[in-house]
Design a protein around this ligand. Structure first.
Ligand code: ZN
Ligand code: ZN
Length: 51
């Protein structure tokens, strides 16, 4: 089990988990993380306001 090697995406509005050596779950979050986004559109299931 490798759950200890994951953490939450650095995007404030994103609930995805990412590998310990990565900061964002996706390119979307990497771009959005530079600005103050209030919602996440990374597209991962369970993580967007659109469901
Ligand atoms: Zn997300
Ligand atoms: Zn993310």
């Amino acid at each position: 089990m490798a759950e200890e090697t994951t953490k939450k995406c650095a995007h404030p509005a994103c609930i995805c988990t990412v590998p310990k050596d990565k900061k964002y779950c996706s390119q979307y979050c990497e771009d959005a993380g530079k600005s103050m986004e209030i919602s996440c559109n990374c597209g991962h299931s369970g993580c967007s306001v659109n469901g």
